[in-house]
Design a protein around this ligand. Structure first.
Ligand SMILES: Nc1nc(=O)c2c([nH]1)NC[C@@H]1CN(c3ccc(C(=O)N[C@@H](CCC(=O)O)C(=O)O)cc3)C=[N+]21
Length: 302
């Protein structure tokens, strides 16, 4: 079997199109422009690239983008003050604090200072609790993007065996909650799981979110299973013609061997990554609609 490639890049463009339509309606009918504020502390090059890309796409769908770039040595008090101001600003409907934060800042404390209604990352404890109890919440962008692709590919995923590899608060745990809410039988596997390979082999749906380049190989995968690769790993790829080092982006899944047995698979790049950003925009327009007591867009949240 050769797997169907789930084109996250194309699907993300469709999601952004829907977001754009809803933004246009909010403007035309209510004179409201959704706004997303991104806070970046420090100058981590990868983070800068992501923040730039988020800002560009925010503007492309017709929303306002506010960027707050703070010095790497910013104190917790200063950062909390910025968040307080964004919480109080009626033009800001979504707030994202780029992670990871520098070591001297307590990310739990900082995240929990964000107004839960503006927490478009879905990381605030209130949103975590709401999601865990199946109530309306802000849903973390990466797991939401994975869920959207699974629903699009399968229609219903009810009753399927899902194995999530990775137990992070950002991906693994919320992903498991979403799959459970959609009536999957869910296993969360991680670095201490015994017989990881056998566990994965039973899965109809595998979500790999461990941060280990190409760890999941084709011999782990059940024939016809759907494989969602959340990993974004930049690995060595020899030297360029001019002798400088070259890198390559790979997932947590060994694509070639898994694509040979899976029924469907997401590529890296062009899979989960673009969906993450599309879902961030979707969450922002959802937050803006809720803040104004308006009907929220359909099909853009869990
Ligand atoms: N508060 C917070 N929320 C986040 O959502 C968040 C964060 N912090 N910190 C960093 C990670 C990383 N992240 C990505 C988003 C898109 C791509 C993406 O679009 N990747 C492209 C490739 C990009 C490339 O070539 O490097 C792709 O997979 O096709 C990747 C990674 C969001 N993050």
């Amino acid at each position: 079997m050769t797997a169907t490639v789930i084109d996250g890049k194309a699907f993300a463009a469709k999601v952004r199109g829907k977001v754009g339509e809803h933004v246009a309606r909010l403007k035309a009918d209510h004179g409201i422009t959704p706004g997303l504020a991104v806070v970046l502390v420090g100058e981590d090059p990868a983070s800068q690239v992501y923040v730039r890309s988020k800002g560009k796409m925010t503007v492309e769908v017709g929303m306002n983008s506010y960027e707050h770039k703070l010095d790497v040595n910013t104190s917790e008090a200063t950062l909390l003050k910025v968040i307080e101001e964004l919480n109080a600003d009626p033009d800001v409907h979504g707030i994202l604090v780029q992670l990871p934060l520098p070591d001297h800042l307590d990310s739990d404390l900082v995240i929990n200072a964000i107004d839960p209604a503006k927490d478009v990352d879905g990381f605030h404890v209130s949103n975590v609790g709401l999601l865990g109890t199946g109530q309306k919440s802000m849903v973390p962008c990466t797991p939401l993007g994975c869920l959207m692709m699974l629903r699009e590919h399968h229609g219903s995923i009810s009753g399927m065996n899902a194995v999530v590899i990775g137990r992070s608060n950002i991906v693994g745990k919320p992903m498991a909650q979403l799959l459970l809410n959609d009536s999957c039988t869910v296993t969360i596997a991680h670095s201490r799981t015994k017989d990881l390979q056998e566990t994965v082999k039973r899965a109809d749906i595998v979500v790999a979110a461990v941060g280990r380049p190409e760890m999941v190989t084709g011999d782990w995968i059940k024939e016809g299973a759907t494989v969602i690769d959340v990993g974004i790993n930049r690995i060595d790829a020899g030297l360029k013609d001019d002798g400088s080092p070259k890198t390559r982006l790979v997932g947590d899944v060994d694509y070639a061997s898994c694509a040979a047995v899976a029924g469907a698979i997401t590529p890296v790049p062009g899979g989960v990554g673009p969906m993450t950003i599309a879902c961030l925009l979707a969450n922002t327009v959802t937050a803006c609609s809720r803040a104004n007591g308006l009907k929220e867009p359909e099909g853009l949240t869990a």
